[in-house]
Design a protein around this ligand. Structure first.
Ligand code: SF4
Ligand code: SF4
Length: 315
């Protein structure tokens, strides 16, 4: 069942790997939506949409997606049982002294996997199991509307949970503001965060590039989308760098029953726009920007979203 109301739609933009130009495409969509969409930056391991949209955080929240053990040193008898039991080598005999022993045990919060074994079996009930702060999420304003980005801490693995949280928050803001669309910037690959980005969405746009790895990744990403029953569309970015592989990608898209959105040409202007902190459609009207506008029109049509008045852009 869709998590959204009948009128609010979710578009997820993903790619098989990084560097396909997904950021540039999403930043342009945000500009074309004219402030009537809410952005959910679900690339929580390596968020970079902020580089294109320069968000200003207006709310900042910690993300507690898991639990970690912690030795309450005052209760530890230094029996060493926890160290023997921990399969993740997360317990060390270098904790502070207490009234009974010179050294106690300590849990390394980065190595701790939160399995809970030590907390159940400590004979002195000296280990507590507390929610761990694994990252942060924000509500930000951008020139193209609200955005919900997030950042997962180093070596943290609760990305699927954080992605779901970001989607839910973006959906709540969209409903509050009467927006028609949540535009989700997904992470590369087919792992847990991508699955959390896709589930229950209305359309997945797969941004690919004309390389053999792009061709291979397309099939894997398409399989994930089909598995979760989400219609997919493909866009080949920088298609003119290899027209032969582009044709193969189009064929592969048909084989996977994906809609074909657009071919977007390679253009130096994409980099120039980034240097100026603009999306491509804000930077220029012709060339690749025209192709991205056409792609946007296809997407709105496929999702039955009314056409959105575009923001004023440079000529
Ligand atoms: S099992 Fe409990 S009492 Fe024993 S060393 Fe570990 S924390 Fe201390
Ligand atoms: S919760 Fe599990 S992983 Fe963490 S310290 Fe205890 S036994 Fe090790």
């Amino acid at each position: 069942m869709s998590r959204m109301s009948n009128t609010l739609k979710e578009l997820v933009v993903i790619s098989g790997k990084g560097g396909t130009g997904k950021t540039s495409v999403v930043a342009s969509f945000a500009a074309l939506a004219g402030g009537r969409c809410v952005l959910a930056d679900c690339d929580v391991d390596a968020a970079d949409l902020h580089l294109a949209l320069t968000p200003r955080a207006i709310r900042r929240e910690p993300f507690a997606g898991g639990k970690r053990a912690r030795v309450r040193s005052g209760y530890c008898t230094a029996c060493g049982r926890c160290e023997q039991l921990c399969r993740f080598d997360a317990i060390f005999f270098d904790g502070p002294r207490n009234g009974r022993v010179d050294k106690t045990y300590r849990v390394d919060p980065i190595a701790c996997e939160g399995c809970g074994v030590c907390t159940w079996l400590c004979p002195a009930a000296a280990i507590e199991f507390a929610p761990a702060v694994n990252g942060e999420w924000y509500v930000s304003e951008t020139r193209c509307g609200p955005m919900v980005p997030a950042k997962l801490g180093v070596a943290e693995e609760k990305s699927g949970k954080l992605v779901s949280l970001v989607r839910n928050e973006a959906g709540a803001i969209a409903r509050q503001r009467g927006s028609e669309l949540v535009l989700i910037y997904g992470s590369p690959g087919i792992g847990c965060p991508v699955i959390a980005s896709i589930t229950g969405a209305h359309l997945v746009l797969i941004v690919t590039e004309p390389t053999l790895s792009g061709l291979h990744d397309l099939g894997r990403v398409a399989d994930v989308a089909r598995h979760f029953g989400v219609p997919g569309m493909v866009c080949v970015n920088k298609w003119d760098l290899n027209p032969a592989v582009t044709a193969q990608i189009e064929q592969e898209a048909r084989r996977h029953e994906l809609m074909f959105g657009a071919r977007v040409r390679y253009e130096r202007a994409v980099t120039d726009a980034q240097i100026q902190g603009k999306s491509l459609v804000e930077y220029q009207r012709n060339g690749a920007a025209t192709e991205i506008r056409q792609l946007w029109a296809h997407i709105l049509e496929a999702m039955s979203v009314p056409v959105m008045p575009e923001r004023k852009v440079a000529s």
